[in-house]
Design a binder for this molecule. Sequence first.
Ligand SMILES: [Zn+2]
Length: 97
Amino acid sequence: MPLYGFRCDQGCGDTERAYSMASVPDRIDCPDCGAVARRRFDSIAVSHRGSVAMRLHDATAATAQSPRVTSSIPATNSGRGRRPVSTDPRHRRLPRP
Ligand SMILES: [Zn+2]
């Protein structure tokens, strides 16, 4: 049976349920708070959970909606101990930004 996505009106998030195509309801009770969770009709509404395409889709959506916050510069870019990009000595005389 295909999975259908439902989103809680109170903001608990999304949940998925399996229904046959003939019996899928428009709304269910939220499993977390019991409020109404309405069926989603976007691309996740009928999901193929676990497939590579759906994991990529979910990861892309998660990145767009809540990007990871970086609190420090990655170690490879910190400047200390960084090797020069060019070994040509003439490049060291070029003006710095
Ligand atoms: Zn809820």
